[in-house]
Design a protein around this ligand. Structure first.
Ligand SMILES: *Cc1c(COP(=O)(O)O)cnc(C)c1O
Length: 455
């Protein structure tokens, strides 16, 4: 092999296009790749540049805002203003999958239902809302409007809203991040603009406009919406741009999920250790959501947790970025892949370089899944468990099959995953969105999925 380091970008692209796995990606085949460069937490956690203290700080900030959230979003009153989702076993789905894949699936499959997070119905209710709250807190503290020990419910007062109204917030999004940032910012009183890529569903734009959010529509993909949104925001000194490709605040907001999951597992009597490994399957778009959650999981569960990212066959940007080491320098289009997928939450062609570099030695593996399979899995989840998810949100479902596939013996050996441990494993599918999909649209998804299942 030539020295990849000394190659120009064009030379490296030519080299990678000739690799068999990349060839399969270019042919839009479903693939699985387990990264041989993964390292133990003790070695690799330092790559991230953030620490446990940073995640604890984010968690404490969310606790400070809880009384405010409980006031302005009554749907969070039951959890005292903490935005959290349930976790539950999905035995019937696991059984159906063993049949579908034709291999035994030992261990227990569970679902983390971020699909049902309050306020915006997706995983973006973690990072997106956190970043808006942090910005609001910074502004209110520096204007002397609140102190750290105050009851933040005061932030709902008209004079607070008037202060936030002098500031604006902007974001580029394929839909769900826009929903979270838009709804939260508008509620606080900010003037907010969401730059929406062509993939964004109409209902998401309608919902935002109903909340008083300024929606700008683009005919091209996510990358353009972000670049353009960032450019416009830079011209306004009072505008905070939520930078999905680079934001540490988003990342930390997602990471808090791991503390909450640990508490939920403790309450269920579920142990996670070397003898009881935890596998977590995370749908990946630009990488901030799954990357942040995975970072938190590594802090909480150490080497006993194995994180695996799922991407659509048409948008495998993080897999390509990490495998080639070229990260945000490349887009799936450099490989002739179109970034057109029904999984709108994952329709990202260029990965976050920040997340790719931070997490490259901490993520066990990556796989791709076709749109057709996403629809089939969505219908199967509805049939077996009565749970409705959006296409992006079922991308984590096939993960268990990749981990247990006979062809992945080398991965399991590397990770010291013996049959005894796999019997005791918990496979957690992170279901990232879906509860706010309008009924009519959900019926169309389900009908499509049933057609795939019947063929
Ligand atoms: C945004 C999103 C993801 C992925 O998060 P990224 O930060 O873009 O990687 C996964 N699922 C859904 C439903 C999403 O909206």
């Amino acid at each position: 092999m030539q020295n990849l380091e000394s190659m120009s970008l064009d030379e490296s692209l030519a080299y990678w296009r000739d690799q068999p796995l990349v060839g399969d990606l270019m042919a839009l085949k479903e693939v699985g790749w387990f990264n041989p460069a993964v390292a133990p937490v003790a070695m690799a956690l330092g790559d991230v540049g953030l620490t446990l203290a940073d995640v604890e700080d984010a968690s404490a900030r969310l606790a400070r805002f809880a009384p405010y959230l409980a006031t302005v979003f009554p749907e969070t009153a039951a959890t005292q203003g903490i935005i959290e989702s349930p976790v539950q076993p999905v035995d019937a789905m696991q059984e159906a999958l063993a049949q579908r894949y034709g291999i035994p699936l030992p261990g227990q499959m569970w679902l983390k239902m971020d699909s049902h997070l309050p306020i915006s119905g997706s995983i973006k209710a973690r990072g997106g809302i956190y970043e808006v709250l942090k910005h609001a807190e910074d502004l209110a503290l520096s204007a002397g409007l609140i102190q750290l020990g105050d009851n933040y419910a005061r932030l709902a007062a008209p004079e607070m809203r008037a202060h936030f109204g002098k500031h604006s917030i902007a974001v580029g999004s394929t839909g769900n991040l826009g929903l979270s940032i838009g709804i939260m910012s508008a509620r606080l009183g900010f003037s907010v603009t969401v730059h929406m890529s062509a993939d964004a569903r109409q209902w998401k734009k309608d919902k935002l406009r109903a909340h008083g959010v300024n929606v700008v529509e683009y005919a091209s993909d996510y990358g353009t919406a972000v670049t353009e949104g960032r450019r416009l925001a830079q011209q306004d000194p009072c505008c905070h741009f939520v930078d999905d490709e680079n934001s540490q605040d988003l990342f930390l907001g997602y990471a808090v999920a791991a503390f909450r999951l640990k508490a939920q597992f403790d309450a269920e009597g579920i142990a996670v250790d070397a003898a009881h490994p935890l596998f977590v399957y995370l749908p990946c778009g630009v990488g901030g959501g799954p990357g942040g959650v995975a970072f938190g999981l590594k802090l909480v569960f150490g080497d006993a947790v194995h994180c695996i990212f799922a991407e659509p066959t048409h948008s495998p940007c993080m897999l390509l970025g990490v495998m080639t080491g070229l990260h945000e320098a490349i887009s799936v289009r450099d490989f002739g892949i179109d970034n057109v997928t029904a999984a709108d939450g994952l329709a990202v062609g260029r990965p976050s370089g920040f997340v790719g570099r931070a997490m490259q030695r901490l993520i066990d593996g990556y796989y791709t899944v076709s749109d057709e399979e996403l629809f089939a899995l969505l219908a199967l989840m509805a049939q077996t468990e009565g749970i409705n998810l959006e296409p992006s949100a079922v991308a984590g479902v096939p993960g268990i099959m990749h981990v247990l596939a006979p062809s992945q013996e080398a991965y399991r050996q590397r990770g010291n995953l013996a049959p005894g441990q796999l019997e005791n494993a918990l496979h957690l599918v992170w279901a990232t969105g879906g509860s706010m999909v309008p009924a009519e649209e959900m019926q169309a998804y389900l009908a499509k999925g049933r057609r795939v299942l019947d063929t």
